[in-house]
Structure formats: structure tokens, C-alpha cells
Design a protein around this ligand. Sequence first.
Ligand code: CAA
Length: 290
Amino acid sequence: MASLSTLLLRGPTLLRCCPRLFAARTYAAGGDFKYIITEKKGKNNNVGLVQLNRPKALNALFQPLIEEVNQALTVFQEDPSIGAIVLTGTEKAFAAGADIKEMSDKTFQSCYSGKFLKDWDSVTQLKKPIIAAVNGYALGGGCELAMMCDIIYAGENAQFGQPEILLGTIPGAGGTQRLTRVVGKSLAMEMILTGDRISAQEAKQAGLVSKIFPVEKLVEEAVRCAEKIASNSKLVTQMAKESVNAAFETTLAEGVRLEKKLFYCTFATDDRKEGMSAFVEKRKANFKDN
Ligand code: CAA
């Protein structure tokens, strides 16, 4: 649960931009959401879990759900006790895509002027690592949401796909870009042009997911990985994440330059000193995120 102090810290910003939201949601990250469930997990309560919870619609993504996800992620981002986040759905569906029923009446004008999907990629702005734990369908916007996360773990029943072409449209939340960068042109083209789905095994083979687990073990294993991440220096972890992400945005030379700068930056932290001292003294490092 997000601490009250964290929420109160955010109060002034929230209050300014959306006073009614603030009144209704001051304590919301603790479980007052309609379309998601949030919880703190792990032995040290240092993992934030966000579960999409719109099971009747297979977690189809629509604006109210996205707003709740963004709000929960902001709370976990600002909570100093949280070191990593897990995003999951239900056993049947991570998310079956953008809500087609909601989308069906939209026009070009309403999409363009209403900036449809504009805040659907807030996940990519997180500094803390986020793991997608995907059971069942991750289709369209659901696959895109998973790909915005830093690590994808899949349940044995997971299916990934970009079936927008079958609806007469194309991916609109990064699918053509992120999928292509991860699995390469041929498989991305095949998936996007045919709408065919790939299994968890195929996704692992293609590098889209890093590990596969039995359905009922998936979230537990994702939390275990998140706990491992959270036990390291949160500050240095953010630098590592920033550096890896640069690989998708820059040339090799620029990326290597950034990495070198961030590597040097770690030498300005107490945690780097502690990590190396602990190795030399043959003890476990006690990072203070400083
Ligand atoms: N939007 C809205 N509702 C959806 C949905 C979606 N994307 N996916 C499933 N649902 C709803 C169904 O309409 C159904 O609701 P009702 O019971 O009220 O009819 C309920 O969820 C259960 O779905 P099904 O009965 O279809 O379940 P199934 O097990 O037979 O099939 C499925 C599952 C293969 C995932 C199928 O539901 C399906 O193909 N869904 C659509 C997937 C899709 O095309 N996603 C891409 C959306 S476009 C997009 O995401 C754009 C973007 O890039 C942002």
C-alpha cells in the first residue's frame, strides 16, 4: 500500500491539477481503484504490484484504467521504500488490447484533437524498474504495454500479438517500433501484417520475454526478481536502467559515451563505495540509496 505520507507529499501537485481526483483518491493507491489492484509485495515490502483488474473485458485498456495505472505508478515511483514494480493482469489476460468497443465510434478528428493514447506510455517515464508478468493474452495495446516495461516474464499460457490489422488499423502505442527493435524485422512484420499471435515459447526464442513460468507461479517469480533488483542500490539501478534504455535511442558511440559518464557517476555515490568495500571485506553490501 502507498503510505499516506507519500500521497500527502503529492497532494499539492494533484490538488492543483485535479481537485476532485485528489478528494476521491487521496488514499486510493491502497485499494480504492476501480480497474486495478495495488499492493506492496516482497519480504521487505519493497516491491509495488499493479494488477489490471477488468477481467470481464479481458483487461481491455481504456482511459479510466490507464489513468489509474499512471496514478499508481506515480505513487510507487515517489515511495522511497519501493525499489521495483511488477505489472500484471489476470491468468486469462494481461490485456487484450485497447478497448475496441470504446474505439469503434472514434473519428480521425476526435483521435487527433483529443490526443487519443497520449498518456498510455507513462510506464516508459518511470525511473524505477518495472517487470511485466504476462499470463494469457497480451494483444495490441496489451502487448505494447508489456513491451514498455523493462523485463517481461511470461506464464506458459501467454500469447503475444499485434492483431490491429484484423480490425483495419495498425498498432498505435509503439508496437511497430518496439516489437521490431526486440524481435527483428521479419517476425515483427509477420505478426503485424497477419495479426498472428506467438506463444510464450516463441516469444522467449525471439527475445521478447526473458523467462517462462507456470501460470500460477508467474507473479511470485516476477516479485522475486523485483525483490532482487530492489535489494541493490536504487540510485545505481536507475543509472543502469537509463544506460540500457539509451541503447534504443542513440548511436553506439553516443550510448557508450553516456554509459561511461554514468559509470563515473556511480563513483560519486556512497553505494558504490559500500558495494566495493563489502566485496573486499567479504560481507553483504548494505546499500543506503545514496
Ligand atoms: N476491447 C474490448 N472488449 C474486449 C477486447 C478488446 N480489445 N478483447 C476482449 N474483449 C471482451 C469481449 O468483447 C468479451 O466481452 P462480452 O462478454 O461483453 O462480449 C469479453 O472481453 C471476452 O472476450 P471473448 O468472448 O472474445 O473471449 P475469447 O476467449 O473467446 O477470445 C480474444 C479472447 C482472442 C482475446 C478475443 O477477445 C479478441 O480477439 N479480442 C480482441 C483482441 C484485439 O484485437 N486487440 C487489439 C485491439 S486494438 C489496439 O490495441 C490498438 C492499439 O494499438 C492501442
